[in-house]
Design a protein around this ligand. Structure first.
Ligand code: PGA
Length: 256
């Protein structure tokens, strides 16, 4: 694991955008795995800026989103379809048919999940997967006690996740209880992983991810076994890491 500590959210985002842009310069037809939530918002803004300022080209890029709520229409402001188009896709030159997001309205959920997994394989697998991390250590919507062997599947959201995500909805009752999420196995099959963590609320989960044993109680801890993981953590999220030492990690400082 390569761990980069950024001095601010903006610094974390700029570093993440540079890593994604670097991937696209090296391989313009990269397959990106993308995340939603508060954390990557500024990274998407930075990528849009790079697209406009130095013509970073998305015309051959293929994207697969990590997850989508069950039961929300794509035009629902809380759906991840809406988030992705609003915050990223409509501002860049990506082709509509190169965008994949699980269909939260699918009638046959197992078939939708299988189909999603098959499409990832058909595109040659994910080159770079961007991840956030939940306060409970989830990645995608793979909540604690997840089966590490799972591929894309229907998940039941954790109470903690429902509480945390309620801030985006009119009230907590409106937060969907189920979602479709890439599984841990899908994520682990990505060639490279970039995990972003912002804010002190993530400090404990990040510490457990890196320094504690690999356990389904901290789904992100499985990343210790992935050969190419970069973690960019803003200082607050990294506050428990500075004093820790471990020979599996290589601490770097983005702002220095
Ligand atoms: P956040 O969510 O970026 O909104 O904090 C991250 C996650 O739950 O994976």
């Amino acid at each position: 694991m390569r761990i980069v500590i950024a001095k601010s959210y903006e610094d974390m985002s700029a570093n993440a955008a540079r890593m994604v842009a670097g991937q696209l310069y090296l391989k313009p037809n990269s397959v990106l795995g993308l995340a939603t939530g508060s954390t990557p918002l500024n990274m998407y803004q930075e990528l849009i800026k790079i697209h406009h300022e130095v013509s970073l080209d998305f015309s051959e890029v293929v994207t697969f989103n990590l997850d989508e709520y069950l039961g929300l229409k794509p035009e629902d402001e809380n759906s991840y379809h809406f988030y992705m188009f609003q915050n990223f896709f409509k501002h860049i030159n990506i082709q509509r048919n190169n965008i994949y997001i699980p269909n939260g309205l699918a009638q046959n959920i197992p078939a939708e999940c299988q189909d999603y997994e098959r499409k990832i394989q058909e595109q040659g697998g994910i080159d770079l997967q961007v991840l956030g991390i939940g306060v409970n250590g989830h990645i995608g919507f793979n909540e604690p006690d997840i089966n590490f062997e799972a591929v894309t599947h229907k998940v039941k959201l954790d109470e903690e996740t429902i509480n945390v995500n309620a801030r985006f909805f009119a009230n907590i009752e409106e937060v969907p209880r189920y979602a479709i999420s890439m599984g841990i196995k899908t994520i682990m099959n990505a060639k490279k992983i970039l995990l972003l963590a912002n804010g002190v609320s993530k400090a404990e989960a990040l510490y457990r991810t890196i320094y504690k044993g690999i356990t389904p109680e901290t789904p992100a801890s499985i990343l210790q076994l992935h050969p190419d993981v970069t973690i960019i953590a803003e200082e607050g999220a990294a506050k428990l890491l500075r004093s820790a030492t471990h020979d599996r990690t290589n601490l770097g400082f983005a702002s220095e």
